[in-house]
Design a protein around this ligand. Structure first.
Ligand code: NDP
Ligand code: MG
Length: 343
């Protein structure tokens, strides 16, 4: 079993008298900045304007400055802009302020691991990645709890990088929940794989395929929506709390038998082979290159695919059905979802 680090393994004093710049007051930036501040850390926000994120930072009591100003003032610079613009922000606003002994912090290893950002050798480079969305990082902290975090050290110039990563994780509440050490390579590749194969890509397509099968067979779309999408939350909540095994104890015996006897016909050898292909594209850097190019060319494929999926019948049916279930908006699932910045 991987070693877990908790509050007693981390020393917030390492950040005393130091300043942490949070570059980008978006989903993660807001959660982490507010938690660090409440943990007694001196935080400066670097947020471009005009942006709803800038206004939010002001509303939250910060005095946001430009990324360059924040980077200049700070000892530790955490880059929390969108991944595809981190290189640009780094080159234009941060690099010149990275003097010896400073630290560069990330919450996703993409730009370091794939070699887009090349930092000098006389700084620390480490990662503190909450395994949850920024709004949850904040709400858990305020409840005296935390979101589990990964830490990783890419470059340890000061000899203190790991302890600093642990201190930062403590500042955002991560050590209350547990922190595991990883590498930039492992964090980046598994994070991309998880979202592509299982969490986002795999799940979305599974839902749509199930929905289409029922609708094509003549069943009402509203019923198909409930069976293939709405109830997924109940199942994943049960899995979250007690594992797949625990979920099996909570559904009917009939559902459990259907799972054992049919699940492997849905995720087949062919699916597993494709998962390996997807992983290879991530490992070789092919996916990263494709995504960076997409951003250089106005996201034409991205926008086309978004329009395609947004116009699917399941979205129309869902919009109507959710209007009839106003309680959904205030349920526990929605508060962990996206906050400022995301369309
Ligand atoms: P968001 O898109 O929510 O926020 C990015 C913020 O950076 C925006 O407020 C944006 O402003 C700002 N920004 C962009 N360019 C600049 C600039 N030049 N100077 C100052 N500010 C700028 O990003 P996320 O919080 O989703 O992601 C941040 C990082 O955290 C990424 O590395 C991501 O992989 C990682 N992460 C995210 C998680 C999440 O919960 N979303 C979970 C774990 C890790 P504007 O409004 O103008 O665009
Ligand atoms: Mg992830």
């Amino acid at each position: 079993m991987a070693k877990m680090y908790y509050d007693q393994d981390a020393d917030l004093n390492l950040l005393k008298g130091k300043k942490v710049a949070i570059i980008g007051y978006g989903i993660q930036g807001r959660g982490q900045a507010l938690n660090l501040k409440d943990s007694g850390v001196d935080v400066v926000i670097g947020q471009r304007q005009p942006s709803p994120s800038f206004d939010q930072a002001v509303k939250d009591g910060f005095q946001p400055v430009t990324a360059a100003e924040a980077a200049e003032q700070a000892d530790y610079i955490q880059i929390l802009t969108q991944d595809h613009i981190q290189l640009e922000v780094y080159e234009n606003e941060i690099k010149q302020h990275l003097s010896e002994g400073k630290g560069l912090i990330f919450s996703h290893g993409f730009n370091i691991h794939f070699g887009y950002i090349k930092a000098p050798e006389n700084v620390d480079i480490f990662l503190v990645a909450p395994k949850g969305p920024g709004a949850l990082v904040r709400s858990q902290y305020m409840e005296g709890k935390g979101v589990p975090c990964l830490i990783a050290v890419q470059q340890d110039f000061t000899g203190n990088a790991k302890q600093l990563a642990l201190a930062h994780a403590k500042g955002i509440g991560g050590t209350r929940a547990g922190v595991i050490e990883t590498t930039f390579k492992e964090e980046t590749e598994t994070d991309l794989f998880g979202e592509q194969a299982v969490l986002c890509g795999g799940t979305s397509e599974l839902i749509r395929a199930g929905f289409e099968t029922l609708v094509d067979a003549g069943y009402q779309p509203e019923i198909a929506y409930f069976e293939c999408l709405h109830e997924l939350k109940l199942i994943t909540d049960a899995i979250f709390v007690s594992g797949i095994k625990g979920m099996h104890r909570r559904v009917s015996d009939t559902a459990e038998y259907g799972d054992y006897s049919r699940g492997r016909r849905i995720i087949t050898e062919e699916t597993r082979k494709e998962m390996k292909n997807i992983l290879s594209e991530i490992q070789s850097g092919k996916f990263a290159e494709e995504w960076m190019n997409e951003n250089k060319t106005d996201r034409s494929n991205y926008n086309k695919m978004r329009d395609r999926d947004d116009s699917h019948l399941i979205e129309k049916v869902g919009d109507e059905l959710r209007k009839m279930m106003p309680w959904i908006q205030s349920s526990s699932g929605s508060q962990s979802a996206l906050s400022v910045g995301k369309r």
